[in-house]
Write a protein that binds this ligand. Sequence first.
Ligand SMILES: *[C@@H]1O[C@H](CO)[C@@H](O)[C@H](O)[C@H]1NC(C)=O
Length: 249
Amino acid sequence: MSNEEILKAVFPFLEGIDLVTCMLVCKQWREIAQDDYFWKCLCAKRWPSICKQASPPTLSYHKLFKTFYKRQHSKPFLPPRLSFNDLEFYIDMWAEENLIFSEVVPGPVLRKGTWTPPSGISDVLRYHLSSPDYKMTFPMQPRFNIPLGQSLSVSVLVSRKDSKKVACVINKSLFDYIDRSTYRAMAFDYLDFSPAHPFVSGIRAWISLLFMDHGNEGAIDVFGIELDFCDAANTEDQVLWLLDMLDWK
Ligand SMILES: *[C@@H]1O[C@H](CO)[C@@H](O)[C@H](O)[C@H]1NC(C)=O
């Protein structure tokens, strides 16, 4: 038997992943393994009904197998249509009904990594802030104390300059989770998406107060604010795409 005949006899018995590996061996193996017959054998094992048709439903069985054998993970993202330069965030906070914080934060300020957190913050928080999850943060200047034991609420609107529209990110949610072990007080709200995306739901915007704990039972010393959409968006482009999908009015 020639080399080629041996390969042709063996290839039909291989699993897909092994056939793919064989294609990397050399040009001759690659050319032989490209024969759609082998891929038809693999498709027939995975989706027997597909091979009842005379011809493959895509260009080739090879393509079909390659595409659907495994979930495609890293789908490339097109460049977002929105940019942080176009955005402004309106952040307001209340303790009971008293306004305790009210700022317009420009998009480029909120975007990741444009400030250094103060010295003296906990290691837990330092580790959290340097983790790769995409989060938008900005410093509280001057730092201020937030009373505990009162209900703290927050609202966030975002405006875009390109279309002169506004969307709601957080609609008066409570900071009902103040975690003294991670030094964060957290609130969330579900995002409202444009009717152009009717089946998207369940994605939250999270806002956290980053604080230092001086052992004071009654108050926390807040030095920064974090906004993230880690349920769904973990890079800057993903965040911009997500914001673009909101119900802009
Ligand atoms: C915000 O919350 C209030 C009270 O729950 C509700 O009446 C209102 O419709 C909400 N607004 C938006 C834009 O979701």
